[in-house]
Design a binder for this molecule. Structure first.
Ligand code: DGY
Length: 363
């Protein structure tokens, strides 16, 4: 039955047992409720664009409230398609590598919230979005552990040559049993890891590295408090000292114009010849061409890489031919548990933003 009719009938029933002044009050209350319902049902549903599939639970949350348009074509969404679709959108759910630049943002006439399925937000022009008073949501914290786990995984893999050994076996090249020098790797315990960036993920890597018996030094824009240093058993060093003294350098800094190609041939020359570079942050922080030279010429011993200058990498990328690297397809946060949480937070950030409320995590 129509909600309004139901309320009217109910009230009619109650009214039979009331005094005149009580009846008047009830009549006014009911009028207000009916008006409220009418206004509510007439309210425009917001339009929301989602650039890639999210978990069903997250899409359900969105579809309950809004007209959701899920982009299902080429990924990342081509700029032209994005520009066309975003014009009348109130909300946008995007992913790393969807370029949300000035042109896209200024072409979005109604955009109120951008919610990205990531901790990184280098794909969004934050300054421009803020100048349009657009709220920006992201998903830190929930992916800290997963990304730190992958970092440790890459360290173990490249130092102990696990993937290389797997390739040797699969390619039927394991010919000799147990030679003293066969496939010797580098022991992890006792080595010094230099963590570049002591934010959430850097700290989690430090904890896990402690557990593996590594010494931890770090560099950050500002040292963390003495209390945190003590708790994490980490030592602050200058950037130069980090490059020179680390056996493993792990990057945990955001990508921006200051960190573009921060790690380049000059830095590889400073690093130990026996050292390894691990990158689970953003590809463009490392000059990939110069990394390839450093790996080929044994300026450094190896690398574990989850992020690249171009993703997916080209089939002709020389990294594919190098044995002293372990490559992962940008999966830092990719565990079932974490990705589910990221989807839910991305949807909730968007909903809160469209409701004019504080986001769970905002930039
Ligand atoms: C992020 O969230 O920015 C990560 O790179 C995704 O794995």
């Amino acid at each position: 039955m129509d909600k309004r009719k139901y309320i009217v009938r109910l009230v009619f029933h109650i009214q039979n047992s009331l005094e005149v002044h009580q009846k008047k009050t009830i009549f006014l209350v009911v009028l207000n409720i009916i008006n409220g319902l009418t206004i509510h049902s007439m309210k425009k549903r917001f339009n929301v664009l989602v650039t890639r599939r999210l978990h069903r639970s997250a899409l359900n949350m969105l579809e309950e409230k809004y007209n959701v348009q899920l982009h299902s074509g080429k990924i990342p969404i081509p700029k032209k398609t994005l520009m066309n679709k975003i014009k009348k959108m109130d909300g946008l759910i995007c992913h790393p590598y969807d370029i949300i630049d000035k042109e896209v943002i200024s072409g979005a006439e109604n955009l109120k919230v951008i919610s990205t399925f990531s901790v990184g937000f280098d794909h969004i022009d934050i300054e421009i979005a803020k100048s349009y008073k657009i709220k920006i949501g992201y998903t830190p914290e929930v992916l800290t552990n997963a990304t730190a786990e992958l970092t440790i995984g890459l360290i173990l893999d490249v130092l102990r040559r696990i993937s290389e050994g797997d390739r040797i076996i699969r390619n039927k090249k394991w010919n000799q049993i147990f030679g003293a020098y066969d496939y010797t790797g580098t022991e992890i315990s006792g080595k010094t890891i230099g963590i570049m960036g002591m934010g959430r993920i850097g700290r989690e890597v430090a904890k896990k590295a402690n557990g593996l018996g590594m010494k931890v030094i770090y560099h950050n824009r500002k040292p963390v408090s003495k209390k945190i240093e003590k708790m994490l058993r980490v030592k602050y060093v200058s950037e130069n000292s980090l490059y020179k003294n680390s056996d493993i350098i792990s990057l945990h800094i955001p990508y921006n114009k200051d960190t573009h190609h921060l790690i380049n041939s000059k830095i590889f020359k400073k690093m130990k010849k026996t050292s390894f570079l691990i990158n689970t942050s953003r590809g463009k922080i490392v000059n990939e061409k110069q990394l390839i030279v450093a790996l080929k010429t044994k300026q450094i011993q190896g690398a574990g890489i989850d992020v690249f200058e171009e993703e997916p990498i080209k089939k002709s990328n020389p990294l594919l031919k190098l044995e002293n690297v372990v490559l992962a397809p940008h999966v830092g946060s990719s565990t079932k548990e974490t990705r589910q949480k990221m989807s839910d937070i991305t949807a909730k950030n968007l909903i809160l933003g469209l409701q004019g409320k504080k986001l769970i995590y905002s930039v």
